[in-house]
Write a protein that binds this ligand. Sequence first.
Ligand SMILES: [Cu+2]
Length: 417
Amino acid sequence: MRASLITTCLAATLANVASGAAISKHELLDASNDHESAKEPVKKLIAEIQQGLIDELSKRGPDAACNLDKVVYRREYGDLTREERLDYVRAMQCMMDAPAKTPASVSPGAKNRFDDFVVTHIQQTFTAHYSGNFQAWHRWFMHSWEKALRDECGYKGYQPKLIGRTKQYWDWSKYAEAPQDSPIFNGEDDSMGGNGEYLPDFPNSVIVLPEGVTGDDIELPRGLGGGLVTKGPFANMTVNLGPYAALHDTAPNPQADGLGYNPRPLKRDVGPAMNMRYANASTLWNLLHKPNIKEYRLLLEGPFNTGEIGPHGGGHYTINLCSGDPGGDFWTAPAEPAFYLHHGMMDRMWSLWQAIDPETRHVDLDAGAYGHRTWNNEPPSPLTSLDDTIDMGYVGEGSVIREQMSTIDGPHCYLYK
Ligand SMILES: [Cu+2]
C-alpha cells in the first residue's frame, strides 16, 4: 500500500490514506479547544497525577525493582540545563557519525547508526501506527534510542546515578504560540536546529477531506520557514532515507519501500498553526479526560479517514508543516532530530493517562479499529494481545507488549516531570 498525495501541500496526511467507513470529521472531537483557559487547570491536574505516582512508589520497599530511590525523572527539553541539552545534541551527532548496523542488502540508504532507527520505523509503519501496539511499540523504540545513546555514544543525561534511563520531551502546550522560538527550534547550539529558511512564496497547508467525508477542507496558515535548516547543530545534516510518501519539492526515494539512498538536506516549516489547532493545552486536558483507550486514541491520532489528525499528527506537522523533509513524511519521521522529543511527549501523556486508573489501563488494549496488528485493521488482522512481540530490527533487542504497559514496572523505572 503506497500513500497517495491527496492534499495540496501536506503530503502525508495519514488519516486520509486508506479507504474504510468514513466518520464525520467532528464526531469524536472535543468541543473545547481553548488553549489559554486550559493552561492552569491542566498543569494542576498533571501535578496531582504525578504526586499520585510518587505516593505509589514511596510505598514500595527497598528491594522493589522500581521504587522512589531508583526512579528517574524525564524532563521537558526547555527545563534541561544548557550542558544537558548540549550532551543530548552531541550524543545524537555521535549516532550520525557511527556506522550503521543495518546491512546495505536490507537498506542501501542506511548510512549510520541514527539511520538504523529510521529503517526500523519505515519497515514497521503499517503495523506500528493506528494499530494495537502503537504506544507500546514507540515506548520501546524510545527506550532503544536512549540505550544506544548511552551505551554507544556516552550520553550521560541528568541522572548519573541511574545509567541508561534518561529521556527528554517536548511539551506541545508550552510553546504552542511560537514553537519556532522554543529551545527546541531556536537554532542555538543546544537546540534541535533552527527553523527552515523563510521562503516568501509558500502555500498554506490544506488537508483535503476524502470523498464521502462531510465538512470543509482544513486550511492552515503556512509556517515561518519552508526552506533549508541553516542554523544550529543540524544545519549540515544529511537525510539519507525516504521519503516514502510524496513530499513537496523532494525527489522520491529510488526504491518503492523508501529504504534506498536519497541524500538531501534537512528542511522545516515550523510555525504555530498546527500546534495551536491540534496540540495545545486543552488537547492535553481532553486527552487526560478520555474514559477508555479507544476514545483516548481517537483523539490522539484522529478518527481514520478524516481531516482530524490529533496531537500525534499535529506535533509531527508542527515540525514540518508543508515541505518539511523528512518530518512531513510519517514513515521517515525519525530522521527528523526533533522526532524523539515529540514521542517523549506522546509517552508522557500516555503514562499520565494510565496512572489515573492503572489497574485497567495497564492491561486494556483497544478493541476497536486501532486495536489490531495492522493499521486501522487493513488488511484485516487479529487483535493485538499483551503477549505480542515487539521487533526492533537492527536497532536493538525486542520486547513484548505486556512489558511496555507501565513506566514503573517491567524493564522501566521512570516518571515525567
Ligand atoms: Cu512512529
